[in-house]
Design a protein around this ligand. Structure first.
Ligand code: PGA
Length: 259
């Protein structure tokens, strides 16, 4: 089974639009054999979660961030535990847009990850090199992403296996993300190769059982098929295309058709 997570980022503009979009996802997820997850911004997340608690549960719900504490004097932050209790199951962590715009460090991502996972959320941990590292070549890319992931999952060894297995990874080369100028999707074979390497490494060095690694970066209805032909890619983290009904439909349907 593939996992397809749709990251709405800071969209759409109105709650009504969010509800309409959400209904489309609910229908598509109910008919899909794969795991479909939608990650709306916080201002819609809890309202949509309440709607969903009365409706179908095929569609997974995720946040785009959480804090590293669940209670206390932390103005503006959001508790992982309260999200879980509300019925939200996933959280995207370490997204490059937060690393860039909010200066999130590996250490902050690590603290958030540990709190999310012990609060029984399923984190989708983003990692990936930027254009400067990418231009230096394969050896630099490998070195960078291993260091980034190792920092994010520090302290992970001592967690129970059931919690470790909840972690999902998402390889998102920063230069491939649609919001970044000059972006272009990674080549499916290159993305597949990086993901394979990371999986082998996570198994050998971190004793993870069978890590799930998604690909993210300009995935759309046109290129999804090529990525699906890479057996190491366990699914997608989709940004821009997640706001367009026909794109969402195509991505989910193609994934169903090929699996
Ligand atoms: P994109 O975004 O599909 O718009 O490139 C992916 C992401 O940022 O998660």
């Amino acid at each position: 089974m593939k996992t397809i997570a749709f990251n709405w980022k800071l969209n759409p503009q109105t709650e009504k639009q969010a509800e309409v979009l959400f209904e489309i996802y609910s229908d598509l997820a109910a008919n899909s054999k794969n795991q479909v997850i939608v990650c709306p911004p916080f201002e819609y997340l809890f309202g949509l979660c309440r709607r969903q608690n009365h409706g179908n549960r095929y569609l997974g719900l995720g946040a785009q961030d959480c804090f590293w504490e669940n209670l206390g004097p932390f103005t503006g932050e959001v508790s992982a535990l309260n999200m879980k209790l509300a019925g939200i199951d996933y959280v995207i962590l370490g997204h490059s847009e937060r690393r860039i715009h909010l200066k999130e460090t590996d250490e902050m991502v690590n603290r958030k990850l540990l709190n999310a996972i012990t609060s029984e959320l399923r984190p989708i941990l983003c990692f990936g090199e930027d254009a400067a590292v990418h231009e230096k070549g394969e050896a630099s890319v490998k070195k960078f992403i291993k260091k980034q992931v190792a920092a994010a999952i520090k302290g992970f060894e001592s967690l129970p296996l059931s919690q470790k297995n909840n972690l999902i990874f998402a390889y998102e080369p920063v230069w491939a993300i649609s919001g970044n100028s000059g972006n272009v999707a990674d080549s499916p074979s290159d993305a597949g190769a990086v993901i394979r390497l990371m999986k082998d490494w996570l198994v050998s060095d971190f004793k993870l059982q069978s890590p799930r690694v998604l690909y993210g970066g300009s995935v759309n209805g046109k290129n999804v098929q090529a990525f699906l032909s890479q057996e190491n890619i366990d699914g997608f983290l989709v940004g821009k295309a997640s706001l367009v009904k026909d794109e969402v439909k195509k991505i989910i349907e193609e994934t169903d058709r090929m699996n």
